[in-house]
Design a protein around this ligand. Structure first.
Ligand SMILES: C[S@@+](CC[C@H](N)C(=O)[O-])C[C@H]1O[C@@H](n2cnc3c(N)ncnc32)[C@H](O)[C@@H]1O
Length: 224
């Protein structure tokens, strides 16, 4: 590995580097390992939808850093990210999980039980936008993680930002969308939505934003 003379050093995220990064941070819970095994066995080619373990460690750290007591997750799947958030909450904390899939979230529920965190987590099945809109408009959410349909990110942000306390965080996954947000080749659907969402969020005066090239890209927005 050479240090370039004219620009900052950036290490490529090879599998070896990723393994090293994961081993050097907050370790996944045994329940994380259990649900990864079940996800691979029971969801087939959908298993890659879960967040990466290095992202899990980061969201645990972020939720702890802001002292999160009230948290929201949009897109739970089989529970990897929800466990990463819930483990950061205090005993009187609350994580509201939004998803549409009974089948996938059954695996998540088992994971929450296994980790002893089920008492902190409430799952609402149904379109996340409806669930968010039904919440009172009070600035009492400390931490949110958004990882559902990418075409909904802008609307999820609007509902969450008015309910987030100043200094609270809203974190978005898959913001690089396999690199398809870059360039000017025509894209549709999720990639097109993210191509519009990313610069709009970066310019939004209500938040300070940083995008990290972590896994498929993670954006952290802090409410001003
Ligand atoms: C990428 S997966 C989430 C992965 C999860 N964060 C994890 O760490 O395993 C996306 C999830 O969003 C859910 N989803 C998609 N559209 C949704 C919607 N409109 N409302 C609620 N959930 C939705 C899907 O059912 C799926 O479980």
């Amino acid at each position: 590995m050479e240090f370039p003379a004219d620009q900052p050093m950036r290490v490529q995220a090879t599998q070896e580097v990723v393994d090293y990064v994961v081993a050097s941070g907050i370790a996944p819970l045994p329940a994380h390992h259990e649900l990864v095994a079940r996800t691979e066995k029971e969801t087939g080619d959908k298993a890659g939808m879960r967040i990466a373990p290095e992202q899990g460690a980061l969201i645990t750290l972020l939720a702890r850093t802001v002292g999160a007591r009230r948290a929201v997750e949009v897109g739970t799947f089989t529970g990897y990210s929800s466990l990463s958030i819930a483990r950061a909450l205090p005993a009187d904390g609350h994580l509201l999980c939004c998803d549409t899939s009974e089948e996938w979230t059954r695996i998540a529920r088992d994971g929450w039980e296994s980790a002893g965190l089920a008492g902190l987590i409430e799952l609402r099945l149904g379109p996340a936008l409806e669930t968010l809109r039904a919440l009172p408009v009070e600035e009492d959410i400390d931490f949110s993680f958004v990882d559902a349909d990418k075409t909904g990110y802008a609307a999820y942000f609007e509902e969450l930002v008015v309910r987030t306390r100043p200094g609270g965080l809203i974190v978005f996954d898959n913001v690089l969308y396999g690199g398809r947000v870059l360039g000017d080749e025509p894209v549709t659907g999720n990639a097109a939505a993210l191509r519009e969402f990313n610069p709009a969020l970066a310019a939004d005066p209500r938040v300070d934003v940083v995008m990290l090239p972590l896994a498929d890209g993670l954006t952290i927005a802090r409410k001003r």
